[in-house]
Design a binder for this molecule. Sequence first.
Ligand code: GRG
Length: 298
Amino acid sequence: MSNENFVGWMTATQQYVENALEAVLPDEQRAPQQLHQAMRYSTLQGGKRVRPLLAFAAGELVAADAANLARVACAVEMIHAYSLVHDDMPCMDDDVLRRGKPTCHVAYDEATALLVGDALQTLAFELLSRPMSDVAPQQQLAMVSTLATASGHAGMAGGQAIDLASVGRSLNQTELEFMHCMKTGALIRAAVLLGAMCGQPLSAEQTDSLDHFAKRMGLAFQVVDDVLDVEADTATLGKTAGKDEANDKPTYVSLMGLQEAKQFARELYNDALAALAPFGDKAARLKQLADYIVARSF
Ligand code: GRG
């Protein structure tokens, strides 16, 4: 599959997901207007939609229905948007800009930002629990459970707690990996698994292979994020940053050095791709997406 074909697929999928989000987010003319406006402000027209793209690409392994994939994509993206709104608040990272515009608590206020997160999170589960065509209720229950586990204390929220507790401390590689697998990896993994749960069931071996791919990609995403952050700092400020300096948090670059972090991302990427072998051509989109997410940092 050509790169041109991939870019066309990615753009069309991003637009499809944008339209689906538009349709399921509450109308901002309806009360409570400020909450509804802030939910739309924090979710629409921004972001690379990496998690929805992963869900759609995984859906190609099982010939999944596009409407079901859109539902999964919206649910995962709402959890992601909620996490960014809360992460930006003064009690966490205290950021004023997100996706090039004021963060939710700056554009509105802290109470609204808190409620936006709460409302996006619950809307995600409401969406995922509405009946889906050609998906058995038992399977849908498993999907709800997958998203809940990825978002909660054993996943994203737990990883965030470990991250906040690590400010000013040095973590070793095992600790850093544990934290990122929960904080960012768990939701990325859930996006892949949920996409594949929208179609014909995979065998236990295939599920294990896909899970391995998803875990390696989740970690690679974070390593790449650290590498690109440092390269952007170096390009604009001429400095060789080692930590997330604003927060004094450890990163892969501070732990291993830039070249080693790039090498680690490459190893994770190779390992992730090897896990797709049992799927043959059906995994072409997932491979292209892995290239897009990870290989741009090499
Ligand atoms: C508040 C419970 C809670 C969790 C927050 C994900 C997260 C946990 C915090 C985000 C911190 C952060 C910026 C991590 C770096 C990697 C990351 C998740 C980047 C943002 O994701 P992208 O690149 O963002 O997919 P876009 O804007 O493209 O959607």
